[in-house]
Write a protein that binds this ligand. Structure first.
Ligand code: VGL
Ligand code: ZN
Length: 212
């Protein structure tokens, strides 16, 4: 049991990539990904401030296996900025797969932060693209709004949630990952690597019941 966490005006919930393509029947469906939708709807009511992220790729994006003849989804290749996992085509801009899950109900979300729109750079993190240099502007936005603590939930735990949490931590925010409000892809040991990496950074992980 985690102690109860009181949510205040300097806290923000970052709800990561709760989009059709990551849910059942989607192009890159995360096992049991849809299960978190109702959890997020409920959790979000505890927060005055919520930011949604949306994976938002142009056609022919570098992270798509289809852009690399001879490669298959879930292969890892080396690109200019280092290793990159290749994915099925997913979250193509303005397609139904890129839309938020129809049952996601967070009307008071204040910002929708799109990411992954540079054709030659993937962006797991909502703060910094996979070249680790290109910033999305989110840290500046959150600071300017006076937020000090970022709670994360969503899809996928071992990619976009992980790297967003680590970058928020690196940018000086207090960070809390609501682990049972996330689901993982788990490719090539990524789930275990995520647990280890969050633990190594002392990033706090809690269950949703600590907040409800
Ligand atoms: C994600 C793989 C590719 C995610 C996005 O939201 O975790 N994973 N694009
Ligand atoms: Zn993506």
């Amino acid at each position: 049991m985690t102690d109860h966490i009181a949510i205040g005006p300097k806290d923000v919930l970052l709800a990561v990539d709760i989009q059709n393509d990551f849910c059942a029947g989607g192009a890159l469906s995360v096992p049991r990904g849809h299960e978190i939708v109702t959890v997020l709807n409920r959790l979000s009511r505890s927060f005055a401030h919520v930011v949604l992220t949306q994976d938002w790729h142009p056609e022919g994006h570098l992270s798509f296996a289809s852009s690399h003849p001879g490669r298959k989804p879930y292969d890892t290749i080396t690109v200019s900025y280092g290793p990159q996992v290749l994915w099925p085509d997913h979250c193509v801009q303005d397609t139904p797969g890129a839309a938020f899950h129809a049952e996601l109900a967070i009307p008071h979300a204040e910002l929708v932060l799109r990411k992954g729109y540079h054709r030659a750079i993937d962006s797991y993190s909502a703060f910094r693209e996979n070249d680790r240099k290109t910033k999305t502007g989110l840290a500046g936005y959150l600071r300017e709004r006076g937020f000090e603590r970022v709670f994360l939930a969503g899809l996928a735990f071992d990619f976009c949630v992980r790297y967003s949490a680590e970058d928020a931590h690196g940018d000086g925010f207090a960070v809390v990952v609501i682990e049972d409000a996330c689901r993982a892809i788990d490719v090539g040991g990524s789930l275990e690597a995520t647990r280890e990496s969050l633990a190594a950074r002392n990033i706090r992980r809690v269950s949703a019941e600590a907040i409800d």
